[in-house]
Structure formats: structure tokens, C-alpha cells
Design a protein around this ligand. Structure first.
Ligand code: ADP
Ligand code: MG
Length: 322
């Protein structure tokens, strides 16, 4: 039987962390961090609950990836550089195969971003994974939700909707071929946090957030916090490669309302269009100009002829789904 201490040592503790910002990692009562001189800390937590955020039989490797990816995505949305994270894990049993794969997926992404696991807590209970992440950025450079200005362009990174389409495939709402479903499911299970883009947009973008619950609902948070409105061109929303082949109606619904995309939505002055494109190229990420920030409140959807499109938009709300 694996003790709690053995489990941590075997699957999560690394012998040494070669990063001068980590003074002490796993093993003591607290970890000790030395953020780079003059930098501000950015901190965020995300909890993933079995049966709510992922299927109970989810592949442990991709689950490890996703748990960290959604937290890294929050750093990206502020323009912060990753530093470290803690992992609070509640597990029904200490299954060595599950733990080996989960930690492999988790630590592969952590290595990719130089974001070190520095501590956590482990307990027996229903499968529940909570990560708290720490990043850093120069004071005054964070991409905040309350910083959008009237006249700003609205941009989105990458493509939208394939993660939602994968869910529709699992639920048999839409028929997809096996290869299409696999491609879409990769978007759902292994989101790519847009860290490089977030950092490259410091000093260029005004407001930003990452899209977890659907573009329309999440953009609504920027509008509310910044006391502005927005016009979006629905048919300019970049659909994922699988969704792209579906009907216009489904494309509109899923690009606008589909959750789990983890792309960045950001605003920037129209005078900085070239700088936005340069930042995106630096970060090897595509960006699409999808609308404008306007005076007033709320979101107006337009087609390419400038006609208002009436679509229900509603972000995913866990408390609205029993
Ligand atoms: P304490 O009793 O002080 O809470 P624990 O016995 O829970 O300490 O944990 C021992 C060490 O292992 C601590 O440094 C803690 O941060 C770390 N730790 C516990 N669980 C995890 C985990 N799932 N991942 C990474 N580190 C962990
Ligand atoms: Mg403890």
C-alpha cells in the first residue's frame, strides 16, 4: 500500500528545481519563492471536479495536462509569466497506473512552461483536483478585464468551438466521423495555454481574458467591468477545423457559446493593429479581429451585411446545470 508520503515522492516531487526563483520546493511546511526583483505576483486557482468538469474515466495523462493548462491559461490572460504551482489532490484510491499517467501529463506541461510544482496536499476522497498557480509580471502591465476602451478592436486567438463540438459528439447531438471526433476531442482534452501571446500583448492590448465558458459570456465580463458595449461580426469568429465543416447555424452557436476553448479574447486600440499582428507572429499564434468596443452596454451581433443577428448567447453556468 502506497503511503501519502511515498505517493508524493514517487509521482510529484522532483529532486532539484533549477530555477533561482524557487528557494524551496516540495517537502517542508511551506515552499519558498523569490519572485524576480521588482515583479508583481499573479495568482489564480482552478478546481476540476470529476463528473462535473471531466468524465470519471477520463484519460489520466490528458487530465493532468488539462488541470495545469486551464491554470496557465489564466496567467496567459493577464500577460503573466509562469513561475510555480501547488496541487491539492483528493483521490478515491492510490492507483499507481493512474498516478503515473496523471503526473506524466501534468509535469510534461509544467516542464514546457518552466512552471514548477512546489507543494500541495493529498487526501482520500472523491476525485477532485485543485491547482493554485503563481506567475509574475512587471507592475502596471497586467491585461485586466476593466481596461477596455471605446473604439478598441476586439480580437480572439486561435480557433473556437471544436471543444464544444467534441462534447456534442459524445452526446450524439452531432454525427462526426471517428477522425473528426478525435481531432475535436484533442481540443477539448488538451487545451493550449496562450502564454507567449499573453506576454507579447503587454503594453499593446488593453483588456484580456481567457475563454472558458464561451466567447459571448466571457466577453460580457470585460464589457461589464469596463462599462462598455461591443459589436461582434458573428461570421468572422474563427471556427476550429472540424466545426468549420458544419452548418452556419452550428458554427455561429459553437464559436459564440462553446466552452472549453481556452483561447484569449482581448481588446487593443485600432492604432495598434500592426503591433497585435507582430505580437501574434512572435508567439506563433493566429489572431482574428472580430469586432469593436462601443459606448453603452451589452453585445450586438452583426452579419457581414451589417444586419443584426438574433442568437441566444449564454455562458455555461455550473449552478444552472443540476
Ligand atoms: P503538511 O502536513 O504540512 O500539510 P503534507 O504532509 O500534507 O504537509 O505534505 C508534505 C509535503 O508534500 C509538503 O511540502 C506539501 O506541500 C507536499 N505535497 C503534498 N501533497 C502534494 C501534491 N499532491 N503535490 C505536490 N506536493 C504535495
Ligand atoms: Mg497536509
Amino acid at each position: 500500500m502506497l503511503s501519502e508520503f511515498d505517493l508524493i515522492k514517487r509521482y510529484f516531487a522532483r529532486h532539484s528545481i533549477l530555477d533561482s526563483r524557487i528557494a524551496l520546493g516540495i517537502g517542508d511546511d511551506c515552499a519558498l519563492l523569490n519572485p524576480s526583483p521588482g515583479m508583481q505576483l499573479a495568482i489564480s486557482s482552478d478546481m476540476l471536479v470529476s463528473g462535473r468538469h471531466f468524465f470519471p474515466d477520463a484519460d489520466p495523462y490528458t487530465l493532468g495536462h488539462k488541470c495545469l493548462a486551464v491554470n496557465l491559461s489564466d496567467l496567459a490572460a493577464m500577460g503573466a509569466a509562469p513561475l510555480a504551482f501547488t496541487l491539492a489532490l483528493s483521490l478515491p484510491e492510490a492507483n499507481p497506473d493512474w498516478l503515473a499517467e496523471f503526473s506524466r501529463g501534468l509535469l510534461a506541461l509544467s516542464d514546457e512552461h518552466g512552471c514548477h510544482l512546489i507543494g500541495g496536499d493529498t487526501t482520500k476522497g472523491p476525485l477532485n483536483i485543485c491547482i493554485t498557480i503563481f506567475g509574475e509580471l512587471p507592475p502596471g502591465t497586467a491585461l485586466r478585464r476593466d481596461a477596455a476602451k471605446v473604439g478598441d478592436d476586439i480580437w480572439v486567438s486561435g480557433t473556437l468551438g471544436d471543444a464544444r463540438l467534441a462534447l456534442a459528439g459524445y452526446w450524439n447531438e452531432v454525427r462526426l466521423s471517428t477522425s473528426e471526433h478525435q481531432l475535436a476531442a484533442t481540443r477539448m482534452h488538451q487545451p493550449i495555454p496562450r502564454i507567449a501571446l499573453g506576454m507579447a500583448l503587454r503594453g499593446i492590448a488593453h483588456a484580456a481574458l481567457d475563454i472558458s465558458d464561451g466567447l459571448a459570456g466571457d466577453l460580457g465580463h470585460i464589457l461589464e467591468k469596463s462599462s462598455v458595449g461591443a459589436t461582434l461580426f458573428v461570421d468572422r469568429l474563427p471556427a476550429g477545423p472540424v466545426l468549420h465543416k458544419q452548418s452556419q447555424d452550428l458554427r455561429r452557436q459553437f464559436t459564440l457559446n462553446g466552452g472549453d476553448d481556452y483561447e484569449l479574447c482581448f481588446t487593443a486600440p485600432a492604432s495598434r493593429r500592426q503591433d497585435v499582428q507582430t505580437a501574434a507572429a512572435q508567439a506563433s499564434t493566429t489572431v482574428t479581429h472580430i469586432g469593436h468596443i462601443v459606448a453603452g452596454a451589452g453585445l450586438r451581433l452583426l452579419d457581414e451585411q451589417g444586419q443584426t443577428v438574433f442568437l441566444q448567447y449564454k455562458s455555461f453556468d455550473h449552478f444552472a446545470h443540476p
